[in-house]
Design a protein around this ligand. Structure first.
Ligand code: IMP
Ligand code: MG
Length: 173
């Protein structure tokens, strides 16, 4: 698969326990209202599918596909939506689900876009947070792991589109 895995950072059991805990936290945080869990593709697809099964209240699921203007990395900070949710956001409690928060540029731009659609609330949930974000103007309400500053793959995270299917999270050489 190109690059070799250096070490397992979070194994399947650790991830499952954490996702269960986050599901309980989210269930408790939304006693009422209509909850829309919005996954940011592609990285969140495995996390989101495990997470929603640990949330014990009614909810809806949709996805977002974002890309930056001008180049195909997320580094420019000018995000545009390639796929926009069918579901109306107005009046809903939106939980935006991200695999990992790194610089936070993607999220900051996305949240500004989504806020303009008048949701009742808008919070971020990320499995991993590197806590090196300098541009994150919105706090991440639900964080799974405080991740080391290494390049992580697996459980949805990729390196050049590889490794997403690995059931644990590893760092690369
Ligand atoms: P940000 O806008 O810099 O916060 O970048 C967030 C996005 O970059 C994530 O959704 C991932 O797609 C990608 N990313 C950041 N760090 C990693 C990593 O360690 N492994 C894999 N993808 C990463
Ligand atoms: Mg990626």
């Amino acid at each position: 698969m190109g690059r070799a895995v250096r070490r397992i950072v979070y194994d399947e059991q650790q991830i499952a326990a954490k996702v269960k805990e986050m599901g309980a936290q989210i269930t408790a945080a939304y006693p009422g209202g209509s909850l829309l869990v919005l996954g940011l593709l592609k990285g969140s697809f495995i996390f989101l599918s495990d997470l929603v099964r640990q949330i014990s209240r009614p909810l809806q699921v949709d996805f977002l596909v974002a890309a930056s203007y001008g180049d195909n990395t997320f580094s420019s900070g000018n995000v545009r939506l390639l796929y926009d949710p069918e579901t109306a956001l107005e009046g809903k409690d939106i939980l935006l689900v991200e695999d990992i928060v790194d610089t936070g540029r993607t999220l900051t731009r996305l949240i500004d876009l989504l806020k303009a659609r008048n949701p009742r609330s808008l919070e971020i949930c990320a499995l991993l947070h590197k806590h090196i974000a300098t541009e994150l103007k919105y706090p991440t309400k639900f964080v799974g792991f405080d991740a080391p500053n290494e390049f992580l793959v697996g459980y949805g995270l990729d390196h050049a589109e590889n490794f997403r299917h690995i059931p644990y999270i590893a760092s690369l050489q």
